[in-house]
Ligand binder design. Sequence first.
Ligand code: ACM
Length: 792
Amino acid sequence: MRQTSSSSARAVAALASVVALLAGCAHAPLAQAGPASAPAGPEAASASAILPAPLSVTPAAGAFTVRDGTVLVVPTGDAGARATADYLKDLLARTRGLDLTVREGRAPGAGAIVLRRSAQGAREGYDLAISPKGVEISAADDAGLFYGAVSLWELLTQTEGRADAVTLQAASIHDAPRFAWRGLMLDSARHYQSPEFVKRFIDTMALHKLNTLHWHLVDDQAWRLEIKRYPKLTEVGAWRVPAGQGPANDIDPATGRPRLYGGFYTEDQVREIVAYAAARHVTIVPEIEMPGHATAPITAYPALGVDGKAPTTGMSDWGVYPNLYNVDDATFAFLEDVLSEVIDLFPGEYVHVGGDEAVKDQWKASPRVQAQMKALGISDEHALQSWFVQRVGKYLDAHGKRLIGWDEILEGGVAPNATIMSWRGIDGAITAAKAGHDAVLAPAPTLYFDNRQSDSGDEPPGRGNLIDLKTVYDFDPAPAALTPDQQGHILGLQANLWTEHVRTEDRAAYMFFPRAAAVAELGWSGADKRDWNGFLDRLVPQMGRYEALGINAADAAWEVRFTDAFDRTAGRTKVSLANQVGRGEIRYTLDGSEPTEASALYAGPLDLALGARVRAATFEDGRQLSRPVEKTFDALSVRRRQDDELKTCSAKLVLSLDDDGPVTGPREPLVIDIIEPCWKWEGADLSDIKAISAAVSSLPFNFQIGKDRDAIRFRPPATPEGELEVRLDSCEGERIAVLPLKPATANAGVTELPSAPITPRAGRHDLCITYTAKSVDPLWAIGWIQLVPATR
Ligand code: ACM
């Protein structure tokens, strides 16, 4: 369906690795003239190698070669140093093929990598000294030693491929973090990730010096954490039938019913993950949502809900459900039981209790809740939520934990000692810090990584805001509205990945990386270190490290995008190539072959006859940074617009959603404003056009959006299934084409509709594309719109 296609850059990297192996040396950049020789380098121990940027790097004279057999020395009996040395040895073996030897004891005079304790130093800080005599990492705490080792790994992996020796230029590096909370949030409720993925994710976090994993384990759609005292939380609450035709037709032979989607983490698995994280200096903050986002536990134990009945809403919608916990003592007893197991499992300082988006309608409508409010002398439902959170806060306090919640917990009075996670912009953090509360910055949309990082058609589904790498990097974690004292209450920042539209682990990794590298730099490096181009310099080798680690990082920043200007009279098209960051060399081919470093260098628009096939990729420093994209420009494709090449008529709730195709296997992400499904093709050349065709997909309307749903309006359909309508010049303009949707109703994927003839018209016009319907469900999304020429 899609005109651009991707193939893995992995093959290219693998080839480079083989070249390095054959040469028996560190892989020299392909761009470098002459054959690689062993050992390559010296690889400058420059600030450009380390991401996040360190406090200071002072180059010195000479060099040191780390090679197979180089000894990593740790003080005898120092378990923290030993763990870091073992980790570094394993990491270098995995990602570089270097085989170091770990030894406890006294440092030799020269030739080794030595881990040493310093009497004092900043928390998590370290010094890394490289001289011709060897390498020394010193730090006051375990985390500092670990981060020093991570920086050394980065210096040793500036170039790609495997090596048995890497030479480092002498330098001394002094480093320490700016913020204590450098976090990412993983939503495992909306979609489940395996324990193996969670561990790999934690490992990758640690390699960015990110130290806090906020684990969103509970939501309307699932309860993912085993709680021994309440087995139904996971027996019932961890499983759902996903919405849509595909899942409804996917019958599980074992039950004869639609296959359930889900999973949960056993307490043993959690203990293992927590220990794994601790070994990498990552603290896990578990989130147990309350009083809203509670459909899953109320489905498991209906007595927890306001009316004591199982919710009729199901668990497979997105959005904000109406279901709240009731405020009975028995419900607090349940929550305390749950929290006591959570406290046992997660040794960190904080427990996150959610508190967001608790729509108060059920509390308002419940005589029982209202009676309790009266008895407590509580004036409104915000104050009731505040009372609820404070009651839980007292329990956590009594058990040595600190409460953190989303910024709604400020409403109606904030619990003493509560820490605020600011998501509705940064206002919550400002209010909190001014009131003397600690706060973490996690504002939507900038640090919401479910927003897409590119508007390319290849981009996986997500929310519709464009949050590209630079937007993240430009975020300022020091709100100007705060005095320096108040700024001290800003613990740091974190980016959140909500996974409603992130079905797979590979996609989760794609959404996180490399944007998480920008978060790492904002959280670690001093404000004076902010340097967008320098960051991109540091990111180029980081892309190679992702490759070596097997992380499906996004190439969105470097992906080549095509823009074509078709000249009907000449029968030719001018094709421009660009990437998001405007860096690197774009190389292309016209013969269908893979673009390589030796392919033609793009220098300006390509003037092409119809039929031309362009394949292109971005290269920098001898690395291929983007998967090749391909497009053939022919008489049809120059007159076709994919969904991502159309504009939505509004931006009320724009999402990129998977088509409703097979449950497993590839599906097409489609951009749609679910409140106003309407698309515009601006300046479509209708000269010589005899018909319009389109491809569409029905999507389930599985969104809890409250009263907004009633405001969605469609024109009435002429046929039971409705029609796609194309109007001229505006959405109120003349209707020039009507395409009945019926042929697509039985198909769960993207379906091409029969074309509709149009009266030929001269010149360029805006086209408005909408559909008629009796109800919001199903939604219809557009795959593409095609103008069919009378002559080709
Ligand atoms: C949130 O995005 N509801 C915290």
